[in-house]
Design a protein around this ligand. Structure first.
Ligand code: ADP
Length: 434
């Protein structure tokens, strides 16, 4: 109120001066003076008001762009400048927080969609765009069921029971498996969270298959052993020959189970990423000579087995693992090559790469099986594998060992003619003979 009277002080002063002029020079002179003074005041305020209006029309309001003023306008513009400054500061703060929020949502692996009370899309993050095939610019305000058309999702949304998530399979060209969770919030709005669980599902399926396979592999020997044990314990009149037969069969099955367990343990050791490779310079010539002898004793003279070593280079790696990988290929060649066949074991360095190969004139493999041979328990020839004591894990072990040595396995085979398994080692794994 004091400000108001203070501001009117100037007008009073003009009025008093006008009265004095009227008293000294007549009423007309006083009135003229008062009118001119008032006109001056109106011009002064109008000029500032126009400046203010022009400033308001500018889109970018900065304190420095505020017009200069005099009298009361000086104060008004100073207040305005302060107000604009604080406004700009809070705007900058909001922008910064918004940016942070956007980078947090962009970094999140989950997709997020905000739905209004009628399940129309209000907003979604880039991950949800990818998961659900939404283009936010085009699809904002679309019903979510137009984008996610699976019947199970439509029913999930309609049922309104969102305590449990929903698994949606074969999303986006049959590739993705998504875990969808709806979370109601605010004024009947909903948050739809999508999580890509494709690789988790694949691992789960592998785990299930693996357990089923191991159980299946153990069931046959256990059934055989169980059957003979029942026979031996139930019938005391079993002749010696039959007893011997039972013991031999049980021993064979026990050995089979032992091999399976050993291979499983080897695989698990190799798959353990904490298990670091213990490297040394491996003398290939001596290692391959050992394997050659082993192959000959495994063959029992039924095959012609040749060893040719064309390079004296060593390999930087784990001797134990390389022995196991090469040994698996060599023993496979013996097991899958009928009597009278030929097996060539070869080591050379060519074009900077180390090449170990085992070639046989055995049964060969159909082309369709070749890409899957390194899968656990995958067999191209089921009966021959079992007859010769195979666990179905040998090439899976080879693959793991080669990965640990950055080496590659190439398989060529012609059914009925034979196979060649070739391992290529990169240059960095080769060491010139010390
Ligand atoms: P297995 O213990 O059954 O031999 P592997 O993993 O060593 O298991 O081999 C997988 C499958 O690849 C075998 O079951 C067999 O069908 C095929 N295989 C491997 N080596 C040879 C080979 N030299 N000749 C023909 N088939 C082979």
């Amino acid at each position: 109120m004091f400000g108001f009277w203070q501001r009117l002080g100037g007008v009073f002063l003009v009025a008093i001066i006008a009265l004095l002029i009227a008293a000294l020079a007549g009423a007309l002179a006083g009135l003229a003076f008062f009118s001119i003074a008032l006109l001056g005041l109106v011009i002064h305020h109008t000029k500032h008001l126009v400046a203010l209006e022009q400033w308001l029309l500018v889109s970018n309001h900065t304190p420095s762009s505020i017009p200069a003023g005099s009298g009361i306008w000086d104060n008004i513009f100073a207040h305005l400048a302060r107000y604009v400054r604080t406004q700009n500061q809070s705007q900058q703060l909001i922008n910064l927080e918004l940016k942070q929020l956007q980078s947090v949502t962009a970094a999140m692996p989950d997709g997020i969609v905000i739905l209004d009370e009628s399940d129309h899309i209000e907003w979604c993050d880039p991950v949800a765009e990818k998961h659900l095939g939404i283009n936010l610019e085009l699809d904002v305000d679309q019903q979510i069921t137009n984008m996610v058309r699976q019947q199970s999702f439509v029913e999930y949304l309609a049922a309104g029971k969102f305590s449990k998530p929903l698994v949606l399979r074969q999303m986006r060209h049959h590739r993705l498996t998504l875990l969808m969770q709806l979370v109601p919030y605010g004024n009947k709005q909903k948050l739809l969270i999508s999580r890509d669980i494709t690789s988790y599902e694949r691992i789960e399926a592998m785990r299930r298959d693996f357990i089923a396979n191991v159980s299946h592999e153990l069931r046959t020997p256990l059934t055989v052993i169980g059957g003979y044990l029942e026979m031996l314990s139930g019938d005391s009149k079993i002749d010696h020959e039959m007893q011997q037969h039972a013991l031999t069969a049980m021993t064979e099955q026990t050995v089979r189970m032992q091999h399976l367990v050993e291979d499983l343990l080897t695989l698990s050791r190799l798959e353990n990423t904490l298990n670091k490779l213990s490297e040394s310079a491996v003398d290939m010539t001596s290692l391959l000579r050992e394997l050659h002898h082993e192959a000959e004793s495994l063959s029992g003279g039924k095959h012609t087995i040749n060893l040719s070593v064309d390079s004296e280079d060593y390999i930087l790696g784990s001797r134990e693992e390389l022995r196991s990988a090469f040994g698996n290929l060599v023993s496979n060649a013996v097991r899958y090559t009928p009597e009278g066949g030929k097996i060539d074991i070869h080591w050379e360095v060519s074009e900077g790469k180390g090449m170990f190969s085992v070639r046989d004139t055995g049964v060969g493999i159909e082309q369709e099986h070749i890409p899957r041979l390194t899968e656990r328990f995958y067999r191209a020839d089921n009966s021959r594998s079992r007859e010769t004591g195979g666990t179905g894990l040998g090439l899976a072990i080879v693959k793991h060992i080669l990965n640990r040595h950055q080496a590659r396995l190439k398989i060529h085979s012609i059914i009925g003619k034979g196979s060649e398994f070739c391992i290529q080692f990169p240059e960095k794994r080769l060491i010139v003979r010390p």
